[in-house]
Design a protein. Structure first.
Length: 333
């Protein structure tokens, strides 16, 4: 639905909530973001009877919209494709009565209530806000990352590791994530080439020791992945020693990029408290530094980053919103 039409015509079932078929800009709850956390928050808020809007951005579905099979989301014995899972979550939201607009929030004003969320053409109001804008894995910046996304290049070993059995793999990075992913991937891979741009790891000592003691992991120090090659699937990674400029081509079936994440919080600078890496700082459960503004999912979570945990945080934020709106109403009486 185009933004300038406002949040209007929604699919309703006979036994579902009745949504007025009119342009609407004022809501009880505005959720920014449509990954597992945003959709789950939408389901819970609408089901609790709140007039709820999800501003989903132009590519709804978050990181799962770009993945292939998801084997670790409970309820799907035979796995489910990431985009299908997100479409189902979206439909479930709409069935509950959540208004969803595929438009991008370009500005917010959380300084006064009701809170405002602006798109390029519309201004929406919410008595409560849930920030669910997620995070994106930091990219190496190689053309091949796009070409071989889902065909050898991955940003999540927990999600994709089991698809890479009996292959040699490259892991890029030197922090806790890279070491954790490399160690985890040794369960499946025949060999891991860990490529790090410096000569010492950033990862904690205990994790370093574990990796150094793992004979399946080879370390390529002072090195960077500079090219990814293949046909239908990735078949080679070219790495370069940054000190000697020597280039080496590795025959590998996959590349796991683990060089950190970038939370999507640019919009919220100067509105809610962010930490030094840009993640939303939570004050109590899912509350942010502004009363009435909540956050859910990878936008605050730098540890778990799973679809199921994001969905769980979305549920928590919706329950916290319910408590906040109920208490606000009590105060006004
Ligand atoms: P991180 O600690 O920021 O490490 C990122 C790594 O990627 C660094 O080694 C960095 O190199 C490298 N890197 C960054 N940009 C790069 C680029 N453009 N090209 C090549 N390499 C690049 O990120 P993280 O490992 O994802 O960890 C994030 C946080 O989560 C940390 O606080 C970490 O402790 C925590 N974490 C904890 C656990 C655990 O305890 N089990 C597991 C995972 C993550 P340099 O070292 O040269 O900067």
């Amino acid at each position: 639905m185009a933004a300038d039409e406002g949040a209007t015509v929604l699919e309703t079932k006979d036994d579902g909530p009745k949504i007025p078929n009119e342009k609407k800009t004022k809501f009880d709850v505005v959720i920014i973001g449509a990954g597992p956390s945003g959709y789950t928050a939408g389901i819970y808020c609408s089901r609790a009877g709140y007039d709820t809007l999800i501003l989903s951005g132009i590519l709804p579905g978050g990181q799962l919209a770009n993945t292939t099979e998801v084997e670790n989301y409970p309820g799907f014995e035979n796995a489910i494709m990431g985009p299908d899972l997100m479409i189902d979550m979206r439909k479930q939201c709409q069935k509950m009565g959540t208004a969803i607009i595929d438009d991008v929030a370009v500005d917010v004003d959380f300084r006064r209530k009701p809170f405002k969320v602006l798109t390029a053409t519309e201004e929406y109001e919410g008595r409560a806000i849930i920030v669910a804008t997620g995070a994106n894995p930091r990219k190496l910046g190689l053309e091949g990352e796009q070409t071989f996304a889902g065909k050898g290049v991955s940003y999540c070993a927990t999600c994709d590791g089991p698809f890479f059995r009996n292959l040699e793999l490259v892991v890029a990075g030197g922090g806790d994530s890279a070491i954790e992913e490399a160690t985890f991937l040794t369960k499946f891979a025949t060999k891991i080439h860990l490529v790090h741009r410096r000569s010492e790891l950033r990862a904690s000592k205990v994790m370093q020791e574990r990796a150094f003691n793992n004979e399946k992991i080879d370390f390529h120090w002072d090195s960077a992945v500079i090219d990814i090659k293949g046909d239908q699937k990735m078949q080679q990674a070219v790495i370069k020693n940054l000190k000697t400029n020597e280039e080496t081509t590795l025959d590998v079936g996959g590349l796991f990029v683990a060089i950190g994440h970038v939370p999507n919080t640019e919009l919220f600078k100067n509105q809610i408290e962010l930490d030094d890496k840009g993640y939303v700082v939570l004050k109590n459960q899912t509350s942010t530094s502004v009363e009435g503004v909540f956050a859910a999912g990878d936008v605050h979570d730098r540890t778990y980053r799973q679809a199921v945990t994001a969905a769980g945080f979305g549920c928590m934020a919706a329950i916290d919103v319910d408590k906040y709106l109920t208490e606000s109403a009590d105060k006004q009486e």
